[in-house]
Design a protein around this ligand. Sequence first.
Ligand SMILES: [Mn+2]
Length: 360
Amino acid sequence: MRALKFFLRMWGFIVGMVLTFAALPVGECKVAVDDIRSAFIEEVEEISKTTYVIGHTCPDSDTVCSAIAYANLKQKQNFKCEPRISGAINKETDFILKYFDVDAPPVIENVSGKNIILVDHNISAQAVAGIENACVMEIIDHHNLFGDIKAQKPIFYLTMPVGCTATIVWLCYRQNNVAIDKKMAGLMFGAILSDTDNLRSANTTGLDIEAANNLQKIAAIDDRNKFFVSMEKDFTNYDGMSEREIIFIDFKEFGAGNLKCGWSTVATLNISEREKIKMRLDDFMKKFFDKQGLDMFFIKLHEIENYSAEMLAYGVGAREILSAALGLEDKNNFVLEKNLPNKKIARGITAAIENNRTAA
Ligand SMILES: [Mn+2]
């Protein structure tokens, strides 16, 4: 009887210990991460060089705002860190920066020999010139992994399948217990609305929504929808812009099979605006596509009011590839009643091109 009591008591003790330790790793982990961070800081201080946080070329709002907000977080953690951009900002980003009274970061044309942190991209085709000779310290991103960026030592590589890099930056503030000021909250809020089409895109996650709600409060924005429309109104006004300028507002390159593909996303306010811009760009692309140095060129015209989209395809076999990628029979008309994520379509295009190659 005594032995049984002892056994039960010991058993209770063991179960209790197991439960206690099972609950511990969160705290344990935090200590370990702080250790790594301080080692990183020491190294940065030792070489006493400024680290530049920079997004992709053809900068969009997420790339610019995430660079500013992440550099701000690093500064608050005593890093010598500054945001940079690779080129002129677009009208949407300009609206966000002006609304929250933040200056656009300086442009950097070449990062060779610099310490850099990449946000919102992980591929050299989308990176600023000189990337192959830069010292990449961290990558914070939410895109497909193509992985051709090299680092000479292990680095922080935070990639999450969320709708926006700014959501990950928001999480970094939270995890590091750093307070977010109104300006930074506004920039991250704007970036999330931009990348997730006002939290409607298919790649919007619960974390994006949580981040947006939290940041909206800090930024003191009363009406999210109203803010989004005013943000997009300037951005989707293409008066006074050339077709080439419109196409390169949001342009990315990607490799598929052995082909080089271009991808441009153009935002429009409603369906009649979408039709108008389609006529302009289609005319232009039919004349000038062969001068882009790409095998295929895809344009997505998305429309904000009803959240629909239309795709255009240029290059030999591009229409066939796009119809396979979208699962649409019609090879002349690529209207999507409900907009699809760029990533998803690009994955479909890559798969269709690779299928084609193995079939040939
Ligand atoms: Mn992004």
